[in-house]
Design a protein around this ligand. Structure first.
Ligand code: NOJ
Length: 568
C-alpha cells in the first residue's frame, strides 16, 4: 500500500484556449453530450424500432441524468443498408423514425428542457437510392451526373478489374461495377463502405453547394450542430493511387489502411470544414461541428479543431487506450497538449454505436486490440470486472477538462450482447467479412427501461428489433433510478458534481510522487482525482473528503483496484 501525495504538480493544460471568450459559458468546450441511437433508444409506435416520438417521450430522463446535449445518429430517409448511414434524402426523416414535424417537436422539447440537439451529417457518401446517384446511373459514362460521384472505367482488357486496389471499411472491395442500359457491364463506382453507399465527389462544386444547403436546412429548423461522419474521408488523393501494399484485411493492418491510406485525411479536406464553419458562424454563435475522424497522430486530429474549423473531434486514441496507468496518462497528456496547441478542448469518449461497449471491452482478458463485435464462440468478457472498470473509466473521463460524449445505455452499465444469434445480425460487416466478423450489432441493442415490462419497456408492444440479453433485466433503468450505488446514480452524481466543481472548463495537473505507478492522480480545480488501475489497494490521502467514487469504498482509507475516486 502507498500514500498518494500531491507535492509535485505538473500542469498540463488550462482548458481555455485563445479563441474562447468565457469558457464557462461556452457549452461546446465543456458539454457532456449523450448519443442517442434512434433505432434502439425508445419505440413510440410499437414496431420494435425506436423512433423520434419515442425519443421525445424519454427526453425527460436525459435531463434528469444531467447531460447538456444529445447527438442523434441518422434518422434521414434511407433504405437502412447501414442503419441510416446510407442517406437517400438529406432533408427528410425516414418513416421508420417519424416525420419532420416530429423532429421539430423533438427540438422544441429538448430546448425546453435545456438540452441542445446535435444531428448526424453523413457527407462522405449517400445511399445508392439518392436521386443524384440514380440519375448518375441512368445518365451513363461521361455525363455531368456521374461527376457528382466517383465513377471510373475498370482496368484489364475489358474493364473487368476494379480501378484500384482499395478495400471497403466493411470488408470486400471498395468498387462495384455498374450495368449499362443495354445490359453490358459498365463503369465502376467507389464506396469506402457498403456497395449501397457510393462516395460523393467532393471536388465537384455542386456537391459542396448541396451540403451547404443541407446544413442551412437543419440549422434553420433549430439543430444546434452536427456530428460529421467520416470527416477525414471526403477528399481523396489525386489520381486515386493504389494502397501501397494491397491489403486484404484492414482490421489486421489498421495503421496501413484505416489511418494512412490515400482516402484519409488529405490536407484539402479542411477547405470544406472552413466553409462550413463560416456558415455556422452566420447563425447564433453557439452552433457546433464535431468531427468523427479516425486520424493519427494527434497532431493531425488537431487540424480539424483549428480556430476556423470544427469545435470538437472525438478522441478515439483515448477510447483505444488500454486499461493501463502509464498508457492512459500518456494518452491524456498528449491529447490535452495537442488540442491545446490549437486552442481547442479535448473531446473524450469511451463508447459509441461502432465499438464494443466499454463495460464489455474492459472485461476482456489482456490488452489486445479492440474486437469488431463479440460472438458466442469468442472469449467472453468478465461482466463483473468489465462493469467495475467501466465505472472507474467513466469517473476518470468525466473528471477531465473538456467535453465528453456518452453512448446511450452506458449510464446503465450495459454490456454488449455477446451471444446474439448470428442469423439476426444486420451490420453489413457481418456478411461482407464472409461471416467472420460479428460487427456492431452487439452494442446496438434496444435499451431496457422497465425490468417487468415486455421488451423491457422499450416500446408499447414488447417488440425489439434485436433481442435484449438476459443481463439487461437487472440493469433496466427503473431498477437503478434512485438506488444508491447503481451505475445510473453514479452517472447522475458525477454529472452534477462535474458541473458544480467546474471540471469541464477546469484544468489538469498531474500529481507526481505517487506511491504506485498504477494510480493515475491529478487535480482539476478543487477536485483531486485518483484512479487505481492496478491490482492492489493504495492508501487514500489522509484528511481528504471523498465526494464521489466509482464503487463504494471499503472504509479503511484505501482505494481498491479498478476504482476511481473524487476527493476535495
Ligand atoms: C461511421 C459511423 O459511425 C458508422 O456507423 C458508419 O457505418 C460509417 N461511418 C459509415 O457511414
Amino acid at each position: 500500500m502507498s500514500v498518494i501525495e500531491t507535492n509535485t504538480l505538473e500542469t498540463v493544460s488550462a482548458a481555455a484556449g485563445p479563441e474562447s471568450g468565457s469558457p464557462a459559458d461556452d457549452w461546446r468546450r465543456t458539454a457532456v453530450v449523450y448519443q442517442i441511437y434512434p433505432r434502439s433508444f425508445a419505440d413510440g409506435d410499437g414496431d420494435g424500432i425506436g423512433d423520434l416520438p419515442g425519443i421525445i417521450g424519454r427526453l425527460g430522463a436525459l435531463a434528469e441524468l444531467g447531460v447538456d446535449a444529445v447527438w442523434l445518429s441518422p434518422f434521414y430517409k434511407s433504405p437502412q443498408a447501414d442503419a441510416g448511414y446510407d442517406v437517400a434524402d438529406y432533408r427528410d426523416i425516414d418513416p421508420l423514425f417519424g416525420t419532420l414535424d416530429d423532429f421539430d417537436a423533438l427540438v422544441a422539447k429538448a430546448h425546453d428542457l435545456g438540452l441542445k440537439v446535435i444531428i448526424d451529417l453523413v457527407p462522405n457518401h449517400s445511399s445508392d437510392e439518392h436521386v443524384w446517384f440514380q440519375q448518375a446511373l441512368a445518365a451513363g459514362p461521361g455525363s455531368p451526373e456521374r461527376e457528382r460521384y466517383i465513377f471510373r472505367d475498370g482496368l484489364g482488357e475489358r474493364g473487368e478489374l476494379p480501378p484500384n486496389n482499395w478495400v471497403s471499411c466493411f470488408r470486400g472491395p471498395a468498387w462495384t461495377r455498374t450495368t449499362n442500359a443495354d445490359g453490358t457491364p459498365g463503369q465502376w463506382y467507389l464506396h469506402l463502405f457498403d456497395t449501397k453507399q457510393p462516395d460523393w465527389n467532393w471536388e465537384h462544386p455542386e456537391v459542396r453547394e448541396e451540403f451547404l444547403s443541407v446544413l442551412r436546412f437543419w440549422l434553420d429548423r433549430g439543430a444546434d450542430g452536427f456530428r460529421v461522419d467520416v470527416a477525414h474521408a471526403l477528399i481523396k488523393a489525386p489520381g486515386l493511387p493504389d494502397l501501397v501494399h494491397p491489403i486484404q484485411d484492414p482490421e489486421a493492418d489498421p495503421e496501413g489502411f484505416f489511418m494512412n491510406g490515400p482516402m484519409w485525411d488529405q490536407d484539402r479536406v479542411h477547405e470544406v470544414y472552413q466553409s462550413w464553419r463560416a456558415l455556422l458562424d452566420e447563425y447564433s454563435p453557439d452552433r457546433i461541428l464535431c468531427a468523427e475522424a479516425w486520424v493519427q497522430p494527434l497532431s493531425r486530429l488537431a487540424n480539424y479543431v483549428r480556430p476556423d474549423e470544427m469545435h470538437q473531434a472525438f478522441n478515439f486514441e483515448y477510447l483505444d487506450t488500454p486499461w493501463n496507468a502509464a498508457a492512459l496518462r500518456t494518452s491524456i497528456t498528449a491529447s490535452v497538449a495537442s488540442n491545446e496547441s490549437v486552442g481547442a478542448p479535448t473531446t473524450w469518449v469511451l463508447s459509441n454505436h461502432d465499438v464494443v461497449r466499454h463495460a464489455s471491452r474492459l472485461g476482456l482478458p489482456g490488452n489486445g486490440p479492440r474486437p469488431n463485435g463479440i460472438r458466442a464462440g469468442d472469449v467472453q468478457p468478465d461482466a463483473e470486472l468489465g462493469l467495475r472498470r467501466a465505472r472507474a473509466a467513466t469517473l476518470l473521463m468525466l473528471a477531465l477538462p473538456g467535453s465528453a460524449y456518452l453512448y446511450q445505455g452506458e449510464e446503465l452499465g450495459l454490456p454488449d450482447h455477446t451471444d446474439l444469434d448470428d442469423d439476426l445480425r444486420q451490420d453489413p460487416t457481418w456478411w461482407r467479412s464472409e461471416y467472420t466478423e460479428a460487427g456492431r450489432d452487439g452494442c446496438r441493442v434496444p435499451l431496457p427501461w422497465q425490468a417487468d415490462a415486455p421488451g423491457l419497456g422499450f416500446g408499447p408492444t414488447g417488440l425489439t428489433w434485436l433481442p435484449q440479453p438476459e443481463a439487461y433485466t437487472e440493469l433496466a433503468r427503473d431498477r437503478q433510478l434512485g438506488v444508491a450505488g447503481s451505475t445510473l446514480e453514479m452517472y447522475r452524481t458525477a454529472l452534477r458534481l462535474r458541473r458544480e466543481y467546474g471540471l469541464g472548463p477546469g484544468s489538469l495537473e498531474w500529481a507526481d510522487d505517487l506511491g504506485s505507478g498504477d494510480v493515475l492522480s491529478f487535480v482539476n480545480g478543487q477536485v483531486r482525482v485518483a484512479a487505481n488501475i492496478g491490482t492492489t489497494p493504495v492508501a487514500l490521502l489522509a484528511g481528504a473528503t471523498v465526494v464521489h467514487s466509482s464503487v463504494e469504498l471499503p472504509g479503511d482509507g484505501t482505494l481498491p483496484p479498478d476504482t476511481t475516486v473524487w476527493l476535495v
